[in-house]
Design a protein around this ligand. Structure first.
Ligand code: IPM
Ligand code: MN
Length: 365
C-alpha cells in the first residue's frame, strides 16, 4: 500500500505524525506492505514552493493508493485573495483525486459524553454519518468572482443530476450497512439546486426500498442535530451545508478534534480529520490527534479493505479514553492531568498494535 502524507499547516504536522505512526505500526502488525512519502500542501507549500498545491505534490497524490492529510490554512496568508490561499491547495487536491463522497461519522463515545455541550439524555446513543458531496456546489461553481471595483462578489451553486445521483448511491449504500435510514438535507423551499437535489435523491431512493428516506431543510436539520441527534442515521447533503453541519455534529461529540473523514469515489481516496489547522494550538504538542488517527482507521476500512485493522484502531481509541486519558480539548475539568499530542498518539498506537496482535492470533486459530 502506497500512502502519500500531506501534513500541511498549523497542527496538521503534529497530528499527522501521530496518525502516520499508527498507520506504520498497524500495517506492520497485519503484515501489510507499506510505503509512505511526505509532500507539501497549503501554506507550507506556498512558503517553500510558491504554490498551495505544487506539481510534485499533485504527482505523488495521483500515484498512490490513498492520501492522508493533516490540515491546511494559516493566518499568515489572510491577506491573499480566496483563489491564492492555502485552502485552495486542499480544494485542488480534492479535485485532482476525484473523490466526491466525503464520509464524516459522528458518534457519542461513552467515555466522552460529559464533554458534549449537550445533556447526556439528549446526546447518549448518537451515531450518525454525514455524507457530504465534496466536488460541487458553491465551492466550485462558476461563474464566481469579485467585481473590478470590489463593490460586489458572487458565487454559483450548481449541481447536475449525475453529481447528485453518484453521491446519493454512496449514501444509500452506507445506510444499508447501518440502521437503514437516510435523511437528505437541502433548502428546497428556496433553491433550485435543492429542488433538483430532492427530486434526484427521491428517484435514486426508489432502487433502495429497504432504506427509509426523509428530507429536511438545512435549518431544521441544524436544529434537530442539537435537540434530537439520535433521530439521525445517515445524513446526505451538498458541499457547503455538509461543511457547516459536520462542524456542528463534531462539536457535539466533545471536540472538533475527534472526528475523522474519508473521501471516496475517485481515483485515489483521501483521509483527513475534519478539524482545521488551529494555528493557536500549533507547535505546542497539545492538539488532539484522535481525528487524524481515526482517519487512518477509515483508511484501513475503505482503501485496504481490512476491517480488522480499522477496528483495532477504533477499539484502541475507545480503550485509551475509557482509561481516562484526555488531551486538553476533551478534559472534563481543568484540574485533570492531560496527555500531550504525542503521548495520546503513542498510547493509541501501542494499544492498536496489541489489539491487532490479539485479533491476528484469534484468526490464526
Ligand atoms: C473542511 C474544511 C475545508 C472545507 C476548508 C479548509 C477548505 O473546512 O474540510 O471541512 O471547507 O471543506
Ligand atoms: Mn469544514
Amino acid at each position: 500500500m502506497k500512502i502519500t502524507i500531506l501534513p500541511g499547516d498549523g497542527i496538521g504536522p503534529e497530528v499527522c505524525r501521530q496518525a502516520a505512526n499508527v498507520l506504520v505500526e498497524v500495517a506492520g502488525a497485519f503484515d501489510i506492505p507499506l510505503e509512505t512519502e511526505e509532500h507539501l500542501i497549503g501554506g507550507a507549500a506556498i512558503d517553500s514552493a510558491g504554490s498551495p498545491f505544487p506539481a510534485e505534490t499533485a504527482q505523488a497524490c495521483r500515484n498512490c493508493d490513498a492520501v492522508l492529510l493533516g490540515a491546511v490554512g494559516s493566518p499568515a496568508f489572510d491577506h491573499l485573495l480566496p483563489n491564492e490561499r492555502p485552502e485552495i491547495g486542499l480544494l485542488k487536491l480534492r479535485q485532482a483525486l476525484g473523490g466526491f463522497a466525503n464520509l464524516r461519522p459522528a458518534t457519542a463515545v461513552p467515555a466522552l459524553i460529559d464533554s458534549s455541550p449537550l445533556r447526556r439524555e439528549i446526546f447518549e446513543g448518537t451515531d450518525l454519518l454525514i455524507v457530504r458531496e465534496l466536488l460541487g456546489g458553491l465551492y466550485f461553481g462558476t461563474p464566481r468572482g469579485i467585481s473590478d471595483d470590489s463593490s460586489e462578489a458572487y458565487n454559483t451553486m450548481r449541481y447536475s443530476v449525475a453529481e447528485v445521483e453518484r453521491v446519493a448511491h454512496v449514501a444509500f449504500q452506507s445506510a444499508r450497512k447501518r440502521r437503514k435510514k437516510l435523511t437528505s438535507v437541502d433548502k428546497a423551499n428556496v433553491l433550485e439546486t435543492s429542488r433538483l437535489w430532492r427530486e434526484t435523491v427521491t428517484k435514486v431512493g426508489a432502487s433502495y426500498p429497504d432504506i427509509e428516506l426523509d428530507h429536511l431543510f438545512v435549518d431544521a436539520c441544524a436544529m434537530h442535530l442539537v435537540t434530537d441527534p439520535t433521530r439521525f442515521d445517515v445524513v446526505l447533503t451538498e458541499n457547503l451545508f455538509g461543511d457547516v453541519l459536520s462542524d456542528e455534529a463534531a462539536v457535539l461529540t466533545g471536540s472538533l478534534g475527534m472526528l475523522p473523514s474519508a473521501t471516496i469515489g475517485g481515483a485515489v481516496d483521501l483521509y483527513e480529520p475534519i478539524h482545521g489547522s488551529a494555528p493557536e494550538l500549533a507547535g505546542r504538542n497539545i492538539a488532539n490527534p484522535l481525528g487524524a488517527i481515526a482517519s487512518v482507521a477509515m483508511l484501513f476500512r475503505y482503501t485496504a479493505g481490512n476491517e480488522t485493522a480499522a477496528a483495532a484502531i477504533e477499539d484502541a481509541i475507545k480503550w485509551v479514553l475509557d482509561k481516562g486519558h484526555r488531551t486538553e480539548d476533551i478534559a472534563e475539568n481543568r484540574s485533570m492531568p492531560v496527555a500531550s499530542t504525542s503521548e495520546m498518539g503513542a498510547m493509541v498506537a501501542a494499544r492498536a498494535v496489541e489489539f491487532a496482535n490479539v485479533k491476528n492470533a484469534y484468526h490464526a486459530v
